[in-house]
Design a protein around this ligand. Sequence first.
Ligand SMILES: NC(=O)c1ccc[n+]([C@@H]2O[C@H](COP(=O)([O-])OP(=O)(O)OC[C@H]3O[C@@H](n4cnc5c(N)ncnc54)[C@H](OP(=O)(O)O)[C@@H]3O)[C@@H](O)[C@H]2O)c1
Length: 261
Amino acid sequence: MNLSLLHKNALVGGASAGIGQAVAIELAALGANVFVMARTDSKLIETLHMLDTSQGQQHDYVVADFSDSQTLASRVSALVSERPIHILVNNTGGPPAGPITEALPKNFLEAYHNHLICNQLLAQAVLPGMKAAGYGRIINIISTSVKEPLDNLGVSNTTRWAVASWAKTWANEVGRFGITVNNVLPGYTATGRLDEIIQKRAANSGQSPEAVAEQFKTHVPLRRFAAPAEVAAAVAFLASPAAAYIHGINLPVDGGRTRSL
Ligand SMILES: NC(=O)c1ccc[n+]([C@@H]2O[C@H](COP(=O)([O-])OP(=O)(O)OC[C@H]3O[C@@H](n4cnc5c(N)ncnc54)[C@H](OP(=O)(O)O)[C@@H]3O)[C@@H](O)[C@H]2O)c1
């Protein structure tokens, strides 16, 4: 099985923490040159130090805020004019939690912008390089809410579904160029994002954060949260040559939490 990403260039969003950071580490370990992207340069520089260079990989970082899509687009255009990107991992911070009955129009617009519009800009920017290389992997970190809406994540549920439909449409159009498009759907994954959700639920319910976490785990057949590296392993496999015929799918990495087949 060919898992080598040597001489492949990857661009990973939300890579200064959590799932994105774990993905960057894993892609670098398989040999890729990785561009890590997020808003905070100090955290990106820390992340660069975690990336393997033993096969001569060269890594760099891009500071970009997904709420400013024009700057994002111009930074990524500059990047791809120097080095084609073969692997794009679309990932950023999740929309704030809360019931859909209380969500404001601007919450939906922001989430749609940061998750869908930015994915579109990034995918369009890397497409010519992927076509020229005859190799492309677009992997979107979404959520199991694509399959089953999650309680108290109204804006997120609504936006994720749009991203999944966007990705499937891209898959239909770009597959013939050797470019695959797939979605990874994390379940509960031990990151800052999950901590925030647990803290908020605890504050609203009067329970301790530990009690909320234990309650969450009862919904998971494996009875634990994922480590970010476990989600990253799935992303790295989809990025590899070995996964060339896996295309247009939604892959839950959720310890069995999703009840549907
Ligand atoms: N953790 C879970 O249990 C879980 C489950 C299902 C789905 N997900 C989804 O998976 C994705 C990643 O989650 P995570 O748990 O890894 O989150 P995280 O630990 O909060 O990390 C989010 C990353 O995105 C960056 N980021 C946030 N807002 C940004 C913006 N406006 N522009 C650019 N970068 C931004 C952050 O860096 P800076 O702050 O430096 O910009 C950080 O690198 C999210 O969409 C999340 O909803 C997570």
